[in-house]
Design a protein around this ligand. Structure first.
Ligand SMILES: Nc1ncnc2c1ncn2[C@@H]1O[C@H](COP(=O)(O)OP(=O)(O)O)[C@@H](O)[C@H]1O
Ligand SMILES: [Mg+2]
Length: 377
């Protein structure tokens, strides 16, 4: 066996994959939106999806596209200091970086060159006194206008941000857009967080935003990404193995990386130059349990007992595709069919389950059924 090649898959959160599956429309639309002008709807994007659906990766790619066009990216991090970080650190830093490109220095004193003692003084940035988010953003936007570029403000994990902070950022963005400045606003978060953001009074401007729901990628897109990633890593993979990974990933980006990574490692263990369907079969149980620990356990954490009981009952009566009749769930819980409607609603809002055909629910993410059966035998 030649020296083992490094694993080209990236099964961790917030890390861009070597090869992106799908999302092409979004990625090609954004650079156009930046060049189109302040009216373009894609300049305000709210990205919603469950953990592992690729929100952070998408944000990173959109930010990168903006930087390529010379735009400045300001990241707002949810937390107590979100606004002061932007106003007092991030934006001044961006302004200082612009100053470095073209030093803000003028010559004072001697006006005749060669007479010695030429004194220089650095001008104090005039945005220092009483800086507010809007005022510093406006200064930055005006400076960038001369460069023909603009500002992207991005917020990841919006569900963890203080709604008042988000309102302040949204108001500032709206203010600048109204003055025809080039500003884009990108936010990503769990569906409940995006819904809350839209319902918050004072962020009505965001209701015109492009709402991007990161659903599953297609089997073809998954398969292409797997095949290209393996090839880039310098290994062989059979077409059956590619299709098996695509099928078992159910279009869920984290699973594409996880299944690929484990299959790659298994092939190394077997000292095989090729990933086969057998290699993939061998790692499926590991993938399912890792998915449970990395994705399902965190999303069930702190959930009310009654909702957890609902999910466990649903797992027991669901078919292998994670689909269950609500009547069966109620019967399993030993309550009347109308006795589960509150919990059903709460779990749909939390995006853990999705209404299927009339009277049916299914688990939103792959392998939640397996995880619940494993942990609540
Ligand atoms: N379009 C994609 N194609 C393939 N893998 C992806 C894609 N988007 C994300 N991933 C992978 O999925 C995992 C989760 O992505 P991440 O952006 O962190 O999800 P989220 O922010 O929604 O929780 C990472 O391992 C990442 O490399
Ligand atoms: Mg993320």
């Amino acid at each position: 066996m030649p020296t083992p090649q490094p694993n080209p898959f990236r099964p961790s959160f917030g890390v861009s994959p070597l090869v992106l599956a799908g999302r092409g429309d979004l990625l090609s639309g954004f650079p156009l939106a930046l060049l189109e002008g302040p009216g373009s709807p894609l300049r305000t994007m709210l990205v919603s999806g469950p953990r592992g659906s690729g929100k952070t990766v998408l944000l990173n790619e959109l930010e990168e596209a903006a930087r390529t066009q010379g735009w400045i990216v300001l990241r707002a991090y949810p937390g107590a200091d979100m606004l002061t970080d932007l106003t007092a650190t991030e934006i001044p830093r961006a302004l200082a970086a612009l100053d470095e490109d073209r030093p803000a220095r003028r010559i004072t004193g001697a006006s005749i060159a060669g007479l010695g003692s030429v004194r220089t003084e650095t001008t104090e940035p005039e945005h220092r006194p009483a800086a507010t988010l809007i005022s510093v953003l406006r200064t930055l936007a005006e400076r960038l206008r001369t460069h023909g570029t603009g500002i992207v403000i991005s917020v990841d994990e919006v569900q963890s941000a203080d709604p008042e902070h988000l309102r302040a950022v949204a108001t500032a963005v709206q203010d600048l857009v109204r003055d025809s400045h080039d500003v884009a606003f990108l936010a990503a978060g769990l569906p409940a967080g995006i819904t809350a953001l839209l319902q918050h009074p004072g962020t009505t401007f965001l209701r015109r935003a492009e709402l991007v729901t990161l659903g599953p990628v297609t089997a073809e897109e998954s398969a292409a990404a797997v095949a290209e990633t393996v090839a880039a890593g310098g290994r062989e993979i059979t077409s059956e193995a590619v299709e098996l990974i695509a099928a078992r990933a159910h279009g869920y980006p984290y699973l594409i990386q996880l299944l690929g990574s484990l299959a790659w490692a298994q092939a190394s263990l077997e000292e095989s130059a090729e990933i086969t369907a057998g290699t993939v079969e061998a790692i499926l149980p590991h993938a399912v349990s890792r998915m449970g620990r990395q994705v399902h356990a965190p999303s069930l954490h702190g959930m009310p007992d009654s909702q957890l009981a609902f999910l466990v009952a649903m797992a027991r009566v669901a078919d292998a595709d994670g689909r269950a009749a609500t009547g069966d769930i109620a019967a399993e819980l030993g309550v009347a069919p109308n006795g589960i409607s509150t919990r059903r609603r709460a779990l749909i809002d939390a995006d853990l389950v999705t209404p299927a055909d009339y009277g049916f629910l299914r688990f939103t993410l792959p392998y939640l059924r397996e995880h619940l059966l494993d942990t609540h035998a």
